[in-house]
Structure formats: C-alpha cells, structure tokens
Design a protein around this ligand. Sequence first.
Ligand SMILES: *Cc1c(COP(=O)(O)O)cnc(C)c1O
Length: 410
Amino acid sequence: MSKPFGPLPPEFAAQSGDLMIAGRSASDWVREHGSPLFVYDPTIVATRVAAFRAAFPGVDLHYAIKANPHPAMIVAIGAMVDGLDVASAGELAKATVVKPAASISFAGPGKRDSELAAAISAGATLNVESEGEATRALAIGDRLGVAPRLAVRVNPDIELKGSGMKMGGRPSPFGIDAERVAPLVQELVQGGADWRGFHIFAGSQALDTQALIETQAATLALAERLSEEAGHIPPLVNLGGGFGIPYFSGDTPVDVAAIGAALGVRLAGSPLTRVGTRYAIELGRWLVGECGVYLTQVVDRKQSRGETFVIVDGGLHHQLAASGNFGTVVRRNYPVAVAHRIGEMPADEEVSVVGCLCTPLDRLADRVALPPVQIGDVIAIFLAGAYGATASPSAFLGHPAPIEVVATRA
Ligand SMILES: *Cc1c(COP(=O)(O)O)cnc(C)c1O
C-alpha cells in the first residue's frame, strides 16, 4: 500500500498538466534558473496577510524572519507587516535595512554582549530571556548612553496544546518563568530601561483552532495578571503565534477567522486595552510556508528488492524538513508531485523519492503513488517556503547550495 502525502496548497493550479508557480510552469523555472531550486511566490504571502488583517483588526502582525530570511522575501514581506522578529545579530542587520528599528524585536537565548549592543544602539527591542541578560542589557545601555528598549519574554505556565513544538509550561531556556517576571519588570523600569512589555510565545505548528483560541485567551490573562503584579502598563503584548500549516494527509488549515473573532471579543474586554496596550502576533511558517516549492530533477531510477527509487539532484541538505529530520517524530510525506504530470492518470506507480546524499535519511517521499516518473522529470515538493533552505545542512557532503528565486509577476 502506498503511503499518503499531504494536500497541495490551493494556490498551485495546473495548466495542461504543468504545475504553475507565480504564473510560470515549473519546467520553465528550472530551465531558466537550474535545479535544485526553491521558488517563492510573495503573492501567496500577501493573501495570508490579507486573511490575517481581516481576522485580527487592530492587532499588529510581525514576521519571524528565521522562517525565510531570503533578503528579497524580507523586503517583500517587510512592506506587508508591522514588525520583524529576529533571532541573531545577523538577522538584525538584514531587518534594519527593511524596517525602522523601533518595529524590530530580537528574541533568543544566548545573545552575546555584541548582539545586545547592536540592538540597543540601533533602537530595536530586546526580548530578554533571563535576569542575567537583562542585567547585561542595562549595563550596555548605560555604557552607550541609551535607554535600552527591553521587553520581557515570559516562560508561560501554559502550553499550546497540539502544537508541534511545545515551548511553555515546563523548564525552558526561553523566557523568564512567569512567577519571577513582575519583580524583573520593576527592576528594568527602575534601572532606566524603556520597558516595552511582554513577549509570550507558547508553541509552534499548531493546527488545532480551539487550542489556539484557548492559548491566546490564557496568554492574554497571563499578561493582565503580570501587569497588575508589576504595577506597570505594558506598551505592547506580543501574544506569540504558532499557527501551523497542513503538511500531512489528514491535516486541515487553522481557522484564522474564528481565532481572530474570539481574540477580538477577549481584547475588547481586557483592562489592558482600556489603558492603551497594543497587541502583536508573530508568525513565520503560516505566512511563508505555503508560498515556496522545492523543484528537483530526477537523475536516476532504480529497482531494489521490490522498491522503485527515483533519485533526484536535491535532498535533505536543502530541504531537511521534508525528510522528516527537522523536529518530527514519525516520518510522513510532504505534498509531492511530478511537476509536468499534474492530474495525470493513472498515478499508481509506487516510488520512493530519495536525494543524492549518502545517507538513508535522505528520503524526500516514502512509497508514494505518482504518475510514471522518468529521468529528467522535475519533482515538486511543496511547503518549502519556511524552514527550508536556511534550516538544512547545506554544507553536508559538499553539493552546491540550492538556488533560490523570489518570483515577481509581470
Ligand atoms: C520561530 C519563532 C516564531 C515563528 O514560529 P512559526 O512557527 O514559524 O510561526 C515566532 N516567535 C518566536 C519567538 C520564535 O522563536
């Protein structure tokens, strides 16, 4: 029995069997740019942003650039969102080219003094992850003669149920345990910081709409409680994000309209809203994951003990996540297609698509039913817009880096 694969994102239509990406066929893209190739279509991101705006009026949208830090993507998305979230001095440098520093926040454990200084002198907000980091940031602000913009990242006592990556309710290298936050806020204010508020991120890749609604409500309640304990009004509460996308067979998209409606009711009744607190949601994967396709050409086909292998010129060194080796427990198949045989029947040849690396981990699709595949065909692996090219071990085995193109439509 062949194994199922996830749903193709709705934007990718076919024209006479050819997969179309941003108005051009996949084969065209490969002919012009080569293979293996990531193509990103920012107009798909724009539709996600529009859906967010409709669902969450008045809530700021931030883009977590680690999901896809391609410079042209940061430019395109930077123009659509209210803020950028970065996680290193390198990302900070890329973000400040695109957005004013006041709309950039920098989270992540283990920020070095040089990184704190770069953020403080640029005027970006540091989401402090520990008391020690807060002390260092204040001292660096003193030395530079700048009041550092500091938000407190909270390690919440809640967790995002059903999320692929849990980040709350347990010991964590991220954020400061909720019960120690109020005294720290007071110290920051007394220490001369420009206190920016709270950052509360409870998890990632959640597809359970109801769980997201409950987590946001609990996150807001926590922010209200901490503000009261601290005796200070947070200018901004970053409610986290964690909206997932459907990668696998049986997955369904999150209902952002329902999440937004529930949050809207909750925010309207919040004492923080009455005193002027703003809110932000930070998203990476949900904004960019579906806009990217990884295209890779078939180099060889072979049979071995009853299994047919289609061997491509790409692999996990470019798209680690599709091989199931990026934070997944059970290996399941990403949406996959033969790019110029979309909809072709019968699609009943069972093949495994494997990459060109010398490791059995390099399996991009495991025993899937596809139309007949030949050498030279282009295989498309969808959902390659987030945590693809830069989240994969591209130096492993010394193959060339992937080509990445950001589509512009005529
Ligand atoms: C990685 C990260 C994000 C983005 O997560 P997605 O699942 O890609 O939306 C948001 N906030 C923080 C703090 C992160 O570390």
